[in-house]
Ligand binder design. Structure first.
Ligand code: SF4
Length: 401
């Protein structure tokens, strides 16, 4: 598309908020930007395990699973989890029948654990309400647990080939740069949707959505976009102005509040660790943890001994464990102790053999705590506990699909 036409599009202010699934009423030839992007996709698409290939058609279960996993996380972090899930739960029916703890264990380390709970609930509802086949309409998808606008649009488009406006962080970045959208995010979402509606084709909608994601992940990157290699260089207003990196416009970030707490790592002489399970609802609900205090903005008076009905000699780790959650940053002081094998676990807790720790649904923050505690106790773990880090919550699906 020439610059003049691009400017004309830019001056067309969005009049209304468009639905994520937006079938057009008249058959128009594809927009030149769509033509260029689809050619780019045909030549350079990323090979991702959940994508359709010539001999493997799009599978709604695979698309849904990958999209849920990719929220707030990178492709590199997701790949091993995706492959493990397909081995453990090859179909949505198998996932629906799985024990919830097995699902949490398979998810442990990927972060944002409410997604794992919703994943399981969604699989059960797909089996119950749709005989194990994902619905191919927006309302049905949106009514399923854990599926919002973005995921519903992605499934419609990628799995079912229906026209839908799929907008993740990559797409926001590409569109705001193409049209030099001056409005700050998140207020710019309506404008982005309107621009995307203009360029989204009627056919090959899934490929178009994935081509936008690929462009954002490989060329139109947050820093140093490779504009000279980009198939949309001639269309792109910010590339012409040489200010692409300044888009999307964003309101200044608020500082993330800090919370403080303490955790205890108690090792029994028989090589087992004191653990408990978090309440089913709320942050990290249903996950495993070592005993720990409330997490509060101010330092709270805490005596490690209060958590145990027997005496122990405590040692404090020199450095606290830091972990970033979506809305706050946590600093946990770690106290460690060794106790004789005769002690039983207090009510609501259990001792878990170190060799069996990999079977526990330990979230990343607790993996860090256990690792730090065991190091302080001088314990060498034969099979290191994994510490797969999800990206900080500030990275909002920017790596996309
Ligand atoms: S020309 Fe540059 S800024 Fe514009 S879409 Fe391509 S990579 Fe992004």
């Amino acid at each position: 598309m020439g610059k003049a036409l691009c400017l004309a599009v830019m001056t067309t202010k969005p009049q209304r908020s468009l639905p994520p699934s937006a079938p057009k009423t008249t058959a128009l030839p594809p927009h030149p930007i769509a033509v260029r992007l689809l050619a780019f996709y045909d030549a350079h698409q990323r090979a991702l395990p959940w994508r359709a290939t010539d001999d493997r058609p799009a599978n709604p279960y695979h698309v849904w699973l990958s999209e849920i996993m990719l929220q707030q996380t990178t492709v590199a972090a997701v790949k091993p989890y995706y492959e493990k899930f397909l081995l453990l739960f090859p179909t949505v029916g198998a996932l629906a029948q799985a024990d919830p703890q097995e699902v949490m264990r398979a998810w442990a380390g990927l972060g944002y654990y409410s997604r794992a709970r919703n994943l399981h609930a969604c699989a059960q509802q797909v089996v119950r309400a749709y005989q194990g086949q994902f619905p191919d309409h927006y309302e049905g998808l949106k009514a399923l647990p854990g599926i919002g606008d973005y995921t519903a649009a992605a499934i419609l488009s990628i799995a079912f080939g229906k026209r839908a406006l799929v907008i993740d962080g990559n797409v926001e970045r590409v569109v705001t740069r193409l049209y030099r959208v001056e409005t700050e995010l998140p207020r710019a979402k309506g404008e982005i949707r309107a621009h995307l509606d203009v360029i989204t084709p009627e056919k090959r909608c899934g490929d178009f959505a994935q081509s936008m994601m690929d462009l954002g992940a490989t060329l139109c990157t947050p820093r140093k976009p490779a504009c000279s290699l980009c198939p949309l260089h001639q269309d792109c207003l910010s590339a012409h102005q040489a200010d692409a990196e300044t888009f999307p416009r964003k309101a200044p970030k608020k500082e993330r509040p800090r919370r403080l707490g303490q955790a205890i790592v108690v090792l029994r002489d028989d090589g087992s660790l004191l653990m408990r399970t978090r309440p089913p609802k709320g942050l990290l609900g249903g996950m495993s943890e070592v005993p720990n205090s409330d997490w509060t903005p101010e330092p709270a008076a805490f005596v490690a001994q209060d958590l145990l009905p027997f005496k122990a000699t405590w040692q404090r780790c020199p450095d606290p464990v830091r972990h970033v959650f979506t809305h706050f940053e946590l600093h946990l002081e770690i106290y460690v102790a060794k106790i004789p094998a005769r002690h039983k676990a207090p009510d609501g807790m259990r001792f878990v053999a170190l060799e069996a720790l990999a079977e526990e649904a330990l979230p990343s923050v607790m993996q860090k705590v256990v690792n730090a505690g065991l190091v302080a106790l001088g314990v060498r773990v034969q099979t290191p506990i994994k510490d797969t880090k999800t990206k900080s919550a500030s990275i909002k699906k920017s790596a996309g699909q």
